[in-house]
Design a protein around this ligand. Structure first.
Ligand code: ADP
Length: 496
């Protein structure tokens, strides 16, 4: 039976999983690496640590002597690396997606009135999140980098390109549509790097990687790799995608209107909009879902800033619970929150509220409010925020989502999943394979390599673990949603 090696290079760890063609996990390994915080608001990774931890994870996953038929790669998105074409040495640490160092450059772009142009070409809002201003920052702040870039001596890549380049011993400098779409330099209409934007943002086009479909032949892994030796020598790399898009694919959200939600520290939502490139009226991002077989499909996406982090806050700051799972047990011990709402606007509110001056609140307290009510209100806050976001997505796309496919660390909470179903009036499905990012990378690679003939075969491998059906009546749902709306209204504008 064919098996596939999925590499999932994330923000806090590098994972490798071997899947068989039936979708079962044969082995897996992960390796964490250091987060570098040189100044407040700055976040970096050592590019060689990313490579090293990824190779170690792959070597461990392949310890049984398994030889995969193909390799798929999913990666933390937007994180920016610039390296020397001749030596493979990075000019500096990777500037991580979370890093806010280019906020002043982004403000300048805003003031220059470029938001509309950038949105219309790239589907993105101007933000330090995306790669373009990070590339320019490296070229302008590392001695000699701009001159060397213009002379063709340097290469830029997101983490996928960096890993690909090293896995292929410096022979392939490429990326895929999903990663390119997160740079703020890629034109969603022409599917090419945009010359005008590269000019405005100060990025020499010579350093940019070649952009390929997410499922296609990228190159063959080299021999003599650190930790792996010749274990994957000659194995073709057939799939590359940014982590959120890989998860959408891994959740088999192949049809327009299908939505996945990753409940992690924050919540990442993505809706497949098919061949239609939807422009949001509510500052959701338009992005490429994947490119396959000469065509691209689009998605709407965005994130709720605070989700699982609310549970961490209960544990670390309030010390209301000792473990995240205790939150579920407590919440299960009461039927409702007793009228309490928690709005975790720790860092302001994102879509659809967009209020940076909002701050968190707990409202509706009475003398009878208990720990259990607060635990429940915390879990429910994740569902309310996701619900409001879904509403915005549905309005923008003019599609009603039938169900929500859940994954991520907090999706293990049955209380959260059931309340999500109740408050959204939609079925919430938690799948059997929760490593949807890695599975998505394996699917993209396996599809391109011919392990599976079509998406229908993949859809049949996607299996549910638990289905949460809405049980709440319409009147109660409307009442609770109205309470949430009022609570959010009180939280908004707080620091103005
Ligand atoms: P990330 O990839 O963003 O680091 P994960 O997908 O690993 O996040 O999920 C971690 C988050 O899940 C944490 O914020 C944690 O609070 C939350 N979490 C873990 N277990 C539970 C649980 N049983 N109930 C609710 N939240 C949980």
């Amino acid at each position: 039976m064919a098996c596939l090696l999925a590499l999932d290079q994330g923000t806090t760890s590098s994972r490798a999983i071997v899947f068989d063609s039936g979708g079962d996990t044969l082995s897996s390994a992960s390796q964490t690496f250091a987060q570098v915080y040189p100044r407040p608001g700055w976040v970096e990774h050592d590019p060689f640590e990313l490579l090293r931890t990824q190779l170690i994870a792959a070597a461990r996953a392949l310890e049984g002597g398994i030889k995969p038929s193909a390799i798929g790669l999913a990666n933390q998105r937007e994180t920016t690396i610039v390296w020397d074409r001749a030596t493979g040495q990075p000019v500096a640490n990777a500037v991580v997606w979370q890093c806010r160092r280019t906020a002043p450059q982004c403000e300048r772009l805003e003031r220059a009135g470029l938001a509309g142009l950038i949105r219309s070409k790239t589907g993105l809002e101007i933000d330090p999140y995306f790669s373009a201003t990070k590339i320019a920052w490296l070229l302008d702040n590392i001695d000699g980098a701009r001159r060397r870039a213009e002379a063709g001596e340097l290469l830029f890549g997101t983490v996928d390109s960096w890993l690909l380049w090293h896995l292929t011993a410096g022979t392939v400098h490429a990326t895929d549509y999903t990663n390119a779409a997160r740079t703020m330099l890629f034109n969603l209409d022409t599917l090419c790097w945009d010359e005008q934007l590269c000019g405005i943002l100060g990025v020499p086009m010579a350093i940019l990687p070649e952009v390929r479909p997410s499922g296609c032949f990228f190159g063959e892994a080299a021999g003599g790799l650190d930790f792996l030796g010749d274990a994957i020598k000659g194995v073709p790399i057939f799939g590359v995608a940014g982590d959120q898009q890989a998860a959408l694919f891994g959740q088999a959200c192949f049809a327009p209107g299908q939505v996945k939600c990753t409940y992690g520290t924050g919540c990442f939502l993505m809706m497949n909009t098919g061949a239609r490139r939807v422009t949001s009226n509510q500052k959701l991002l338009t992005t490429i879902a994947w490119g396959l077989g000469g065509e691209v499909e689009y998605a709407l996406e965005g994130s709720v800033f605070n989700a699982g982090s609310v549970i961490q806050w209960l544990r670390e700051e309030l010390r209301l619970i000792d473990r995240a799972s205790e939150c579920d047990t407590l919440a299960e011990s009461v039927l409702d929150t007793g009228g309490v709402y928690m709005v975790p606007a720790f860092t302001g509110l994102g879509a659809p509220y967009w209020d940076a001056s909002a701050r968190g609140l707990i409202i509706g307290l009475t003398r009878g409010t208990s720990r259990a009510h607060l635990a429940r209100a915390a879990l429910e806050s994740i569902a309310y925020q996701t619900d409001a976001f879904m509403d915005a997505m549905e309005q923008d796309a003019a599609i009603a989502a039938a169900e929500l496919r859940a994954d991520g660390g907090a999706s293990v909470s049955d209380v959260l999943m059931q309340f999500q179903a109740d408050i959204s009036g939609k079925t919430v499905v938690r799948p059997r394979v929760v490593q949807t990012t890695a599975w998505g990378a394996a699917c993209l690679a396996g599809l391109a390599a011919g392990v599976w003939s079509d998406r229908a075969s993949l859809a049949s491998l996607w299996r549910t673990e638990t289905v949460f059906k809405p049980r709440m009546g319409d009147a109660e749902r409307a009442h609770l949603r109205e309470g949430w709306r009022l609570a959010v209204g009180r939280a908004m504008g707080w620091t103005k």
